[in-house]
Design a protein around this ligand. Structure first.
Ligand code: KDG
Length: 341
């Protein structure tokens, strides 16, 4: 009888322990709650953004000894850039890594990155984003209940479509193009003669397939890895905008972490970002090769054609300066110049 009661008590204890499965032993030997980071991205698991996210997961879980676990949600399962940013504000998820462009709806200063043809190359973008101007801009998320931890790379965006080869500005005429949800991208494409409309990433493939839009614009890696070549025939290296990703965490969640954990997630976001930038740069080249192999017609713009486009979209930079202040825009130009010396 006694044996049976010990057995029953042990089973009960075990089930109580299992129910409290949320606690774990920290490196200092203290019992702690396991914290979960639900991290969302809009692109699929083949994209370097997801590889970067897996790197973040690996670093955080290793350095916290498992007291923080990271759950990854690719392909906009938890929502698009805008709704997941709202999600981290509310605490329905903890991390999202959107492009900066749709974040203008939260932090207007992000629009400085929407100046067409702003960065000449990736290295300059790195120097500016990781330097004082970029870091100052990250802090702006604070007032929006978000913490900006790092910039990752989406990359230079290129136009694809199903109608015709884009060799010069005239070829944009009347093209129905999907853009991200950003007023300045819309403005830029209108000035080029296209007929742009904003749309969340998750809807783009179907919209291209059904002909709701004729084309879209994204870096080579996205065009290839999201399979857009199946429904698009032409790709041009417009490189009209360099798109950074911004690694965002909900502020309430961040503040609930210990100081040590805050340092770990901060450093992990930066370290994973360095890795992600390397991967995306390699995959950008292989993706372009892949697009050609899949039969897309690839067009390189002449200097003259790019020059004409740059001229046409100049007023967009002025509108951005009106919205966020000329000082910030000038600061950005100065930082770019300094980075190139
Ligand atoms: O996670 C980022 C993606 O959701 C998104 O920003 C990708 O460039 C993108 C787009 O065109 O929507």
């Amino acid at each position: 009888m006694k044996k049976i009661s010990i057995f029953i008590v042990s089973i009960l204890l075990l089930s109580i322990l299992a129910a409290c499965g949320n606690s774990s032993e920290s490196s200092s030997g203290n019992k702690e709650e396991t914290k979960t980071i639900r991290a969302s991205i809009g692109l699929n698991e083949n994209h370097p953004e997801y590889k970067g996210l897996l790197k973040f997961k690996e670093i955080v879980e290793e350095k916290t000894g498992g007291s923080i676990i990271v759950e990854t949600y690719p392909s906009a399962q938890l929502g698009d850039d805008r709704t997941t940013a709202e999600g981290i504000q509310l605490g329905t998820l903890e991390v999202t890594i959107p492009s900066t462009a749709p974040m203008v709806n939260f932090v207007p200063e992000m629009a400085v990155f929407d100046i067409p043809f702003l960065f000449p190359d990736e290295e300059t973008a790195d120097a500016v984003l990781d330097g004082p101007v970029g870091q100052k801009l990250l802090e702006k998320f604070d007032s929006q209940d978000m913490v900006g931890l790092a910039y990752w790379e989406n990359g230079f965006r290129n136009v694809t479509n199903s109608k015709r080869e884009i060799k010069s500005m005239a070829d944009f005429k009347g093209l129905k193009l999907r853009t991200m949800e950003n007023e300045f991208h819309l403005e830029a494409f209108k000035r080029l003669g296209a007929n742009p409309s904003p749309m969340a990433m998750g809807e783009v493939f179907t919209a291209l397939q059904q002909g709701t839009v004729d084309g879209q614009e994204n870096p080579f890696a996205t065009i290839y890895l999201e399979g857009f070549y199946e429904v698009q025939d032409y790709v041009t290296d417009t490189k009209h905008i360099y798109s950074p990703f911004v690694f965002l965490m909900g502020k309430k969640f961040y503040n609930s972490l210990t100081e040590e954990e805050q340092t770990i997630v901060r450093e992990a976001a930066v370290e994973a970002g360095k890795y992600q930038r390397e991967v995306i740069r390699e995959e950008s080249n292989t993706s372009l090769a892949g697009l050609k192999e899949k039969g897309m017609t690839y067009t390189e713009l002449t200097d003259e054609a790019r020059g004409e486009m740059k001229e046409a979209v100049k007023p967009v930079a002025e509108k951005i300066a009106e919205k966020i202040g000329k000082d910030l825009v000038d600061e950005m130009y100065d930082a770019i110049e300094a980075a190139q010396k």
